[in-house]
Design a protein. Sequence first.
Length: 69
Amino acid sequence: MGQEIRNILSKNIEKYRVKKKLKREELSLILGFDNSYISKLEKGRINITIDKLAKIANFLEIEIYKLLK
């Protein structure tokens, strides 16, 4: 189940990032995250904290639940 959720989350983060016409590097700089963190996150290789998930959702101007469905 955990990997399935990470896969959904990773695809949605990438989808909304691309919708905003941002590169991974740009998103990481804006949010203050390491570029490799965003890369691993979008590949579903790592877990994310609620705080970081909220920061991403706020920046992308979407509700958190949209990243998880």
